[in-house]
Write a protein that binds this ligand. Structure first.
Ligand code: R5P
Length: 300
């Protein structure tokens, strides 16, 4: 078995390789002055099972193109099978048509992965359950792994005296119920979020249930951070003193690092599905690793 990693999250690729008792196989990724890429597999892959680790994050277009060329070069060079570890599957939030005339970007991505003959895909905390169905429709085996158990462990370690779990929107209710179950039916509430599709502005509104001194917001993705900052505001107005955030994928686009650091949120915990450059890390940020979840899944 051989394991390769694109440039999006080399640190995670190396960790997973180490846990599998392997080292990363060599890829030549050359970028031309016009930003086009040329990808070449160096090791002999004929008849071998190959794993590719590539995430997307803040530069989905760049890293998807790189991934497509890696997949193509493996198949052309005779790989027997290709398993794609795509910890964060970019473009997944556009999983249906929200307004007439839109493209369903998620479906475009899965079509391409299928064309490029991915046999098995492993991804973390997908935005909706129907995403798994898309993979199955394209005859790609999919393993949907979750970082929620790591967050539940973190919450136990925090030994907070009374807390409520919070979903920042109705779409996250399934997720919050799962964590509640892991924590002996901890109490939870769900906020109601509305996003203006044109401006992208977020408004968080009412919820039912009681807020406690400690509130832990759990989400799948942090991009601009607006969802969390808006949720934290309403929680504070409702009596929460300490507001914590846990999310699987930390994209942290634009001014998110600064805005979260300056917000009333006490701590932001994300996983390493995406590599966060040093200059975008901030004091309140803590990163936990999902590498063991991935290596365990690969060994199944
Ligand atoms: C939305 O439904 C997702 O679960 C996240 O809440 C959202 O994508 C976060 O985006 P942002 O950080 O830009 O508000």
């Amino acid at each position: 078995m051989l394991i390769f990693a694109g440039n999006s999250n080399l640190a995670l690729g190396k960790k997973v390789a180490r846990e599998l008792g392997l080292t990363l196989s060599e890829l030549e990724i050359h970028t031309f002055p016009d930003n086009e890429n040329r990808v070449r597999v160096i090791d002999k892959v004929v008849g071998k099972d190959c794993i590719v680790v590539q995430s997307t994050g803040i530069s989905p277009n760049l890293y998807y193109m790189e991934l497509f060329f890696i997949l193509d070069s493996l198949k052309r060079s005779g790989a027997k099978s290709v398993t794609l570890v795509i910890p964060y599957l970019g473009y997944q939030r556009q999983d249906h048509i929200f307004r007439s005339g839109e493209s369903v970007s998620l479906e475009v991505i899965i079509n391409l992965l299928s064309e490029l003959k991915v046999d098995w895909a492993i991804s973390l905390d997908l935005h909706s359950l129907k995403i798994e169905e898309f993979f199955k429709l394209h005859k790609i085996r999919i393993s949907h792994v979750s970082a929620l158990s790591i967050f539940a462990d973190k919450i136990r370690e925090m030994k907070l005296k009374g807390y409520v779990l919070v979903s920042p929107d109705m779409g996250g209710i399934r997720r919050i119920k799962q964590v509640s179950k892991m924590l002996d039916n901890a109490s939870f509430i769900s906020l109601e979020k509305n996003r203006d599709f044109k401006s992208g502005k977020i408004k968080t509104e009412k919820f039912e249930g009681r807020v406690q001194k400690n509130a832990i917001i759990i989400d799948d993705v942090i991009s601009s951070g607006q969802t969390l900052i808006s949720a934290a505001k309403i929680l504070r107005e409702s009596g929460a003193e300490n507001i914590y955030v846990m999310a699987t994928h930390g994209i942290f686009s634009g001014n998110a690092p600064q805005n979260l650091e300056e917000s009333i949120i006490k701590k932001v915990i994300v996983s390493d599905t995406l590599e966060i450059p040093m200059d975008r890390k901030f004091a309140k940020l803590e990163i936990v690793s999902i590498s063991r979840l991935i290596s365990k899944t690969l060994n199944e």
